[in-house]
Design a protein around this ligand. Structure first.
Ligand SMILES: Nc1ncnc2c1ncn2[C@@H]1O[C@H](COP(=O)(O)OP(=O)(O)OP(=O)(O)O)[C@@H](O)[C@H]1O
Ligand SMILES: [Mg+2]
Length: 422
């Protein structure tokens, strides 16, 4: 299973619209569950013309099993069952204080529930911005999908702040105390940990001219910190941090470059680090059809599929009528070619597709955009380099165990442990 939160710096950038169409597109080939975590707005149920029997309220307050709160699409929306692998969990219809402002118990129950869902993909439509409710559902080492739009520059700046907050949350957890570090590495000095945390405060605050970014900080501790394990740990944490984004309401490469890509990358590089890896997963153009789909409460991905099928069926019927009129045999069915591509072929295919998007304007319709982002997701979620999407939502303890186990396999760190313990 892969859990992919869709988040954004500010509201109204198209998170719900994207998360819904993305989940539907993934469900064509994989079992996919979409969860409306933006509790308090109940927006998802307004975008999907489908009756909801049970929602998050029943899970969180009435002890219903999460699987009983899954809603499949109404057959009137999907008469052919093309999206039968899609289901969603709506947020409560009304404002319920404890569900909107997750208490710790509620949050834990939700995390356990999400981790136990039986699906290939779980897409989370989370609240805009970053707060106590959102951060626990975001991964430690990347941010799921960040949604940007060139139409809202302020959202881009906030998104880079979110990225920074997520990375610092991870660093603070790793270096929180000599006690935690000592559980994994022998002889960590308490004073070193304290000094490290005081300096990290200065970097995060962003007001110290000498310590503007984690790169400044790394340079400083490389020169002055006696315990080199701090340097290796920090470097590893930063270098493995990845950010994935999708551009929504895309109009032109120029506009997106100026209002999104440049400010985002510049902000991350100058206030966080130039070692953070940033990936563009694709874009969704600004489209009248998408806008209309919100008004009609029939998602674009569904409306487009059935429009296309209807027109193909009309064509087929016309062809059959013509054949029978002329006394011809019915047309032979074409066998569908089974795809047997290797990873490298898939990569070539993706690069070709990207070039096509740029050069031929093939990315000018939302259906192509969605299929591109979906294919890329399928490809990178299987890649051991990307590790895109969380396998589960980790608690702090689980994350630390995983992080340090991985670290001990790093040659530099293993070397260091050996030299200290001998
Ligand atoms: N690619 C697009 N083209 C045209 N309109 C779009 C596109 N994406 C989203 N919209 C429209 O933008 C509006 C806001 O979208 P949506 O509700 O998905 O945003 P959101 O980020 O989830 O907002 P909130 O933060 O309030 O939850 C909707 O009217 C939607 O139809
Ligand atoms: Mg929304």
């Amino acid at each position: 299973m892969r859990i992919i939160p869709v988040s954004s710096g500010k509201g109204g950038v198209g998170k719900t619209t994207f998360a819904m169409n993305y989940a539907l597109a993934l469900s064509r080939t994989h079992k996919t569950v979409l969860i409306d975590m933006d509790t308090g707005t109940s927006s998802l149920r307004n975008c999907l013309d489908t009756p909801v029997k049970k929602d998050l309220y029943h899970f969180l307050k009435k002890n219903a099993a999460l699987k009983d709160c899954l809603t499949p699409l109404d057959t009137k929306l999907d008469p052919d069952g093309v999206f039968k692998n899609f289901s969603f969990i709506a947020s409560p219809r009304n404002f319920i204080y404890d569900v909107v402002n997750f208490s710790d118990d509620v949050k834990l129950r939700l995390i356990d529930g999400i981790n136990s869902i039986d699906a290939d993909f779980v897409i989370l439509d989370v609240k805009a911005g970053i707060d106590y409710n959102v951060i626990e559902f975001l991964p430690f080492t990347n941010t799921g999908i960040l949604l940007f739009t060139p139409k809202n520059k302020a959202a881009t700046v906030t998104a880079s702040e979110m990225t920074k907050a997520i990375l610092f949350r991870m660093i603070r957890l790793i270096f929180q105390s000599a006690e935690v570090l000592n559980r994994h590495f022998p002889n960590i000095d308490k004073n070193d940990t304290q000094l490290f945390n005081e300096l990290i405060d200065l970097v995060e605050d962003g007001y110290d001219e000498q310590l503007k970014s984690l790169d400044d900080f790394l340079r400083m501790i490389e020169d002055e910190f006696p315990d080199k394990r701090f340097v290796h740990l920090l470097r590893h944490a930063i270098e493995h941090f990845r950010v994935y984004f999708v551009l929504n309401m895309f109009d032109s490469i120029e506009e997106s470059t100026d209002t999104v890509i440049k400010p985002f990358v510049e902000n991350i590089y100058s206030t966080v680090s130039d070692k953070v890896i940033i990936h563009n997963l694709g874009w969704i153009v600004r489209s009248e059809e998408i806008y209309k789909s919100t008004v009609d409460a029939v998602p674009f991905e569904i409306a487009h599929h059935y429009r296309k099928t209807k027109s193909e069926n009309r064509k087929k019927k016309k062809d059959e009528n013509l054949r029978s009129l002329l006394g011809l045999e019915p047309a032979k069915k074409h066998r569908k070619k089974i795809k047997t591509e290797s990873t490298s072929e898939e990569i070539d295919h993706q690069v070709d597709l990207l070039k096509k998007m740029y050069m031929n304007g093939a990315g000018n319709d939302p259906a192509t955009n969605l299929s591109f982002v979906t294919n890329r997701t399928l490809n990178i979620s299987q890649s051991s380099v990307h590790r895109f999407g969380m396998r589960k939502i980790y608690t702090n303890e689980h994350f630390l165990d995983k992080f340090f186990t991985e670290m001990k396999q790093q040659p530099q760190i293993a070397e260091n442990i050996k030299s200290i313990s001998t």
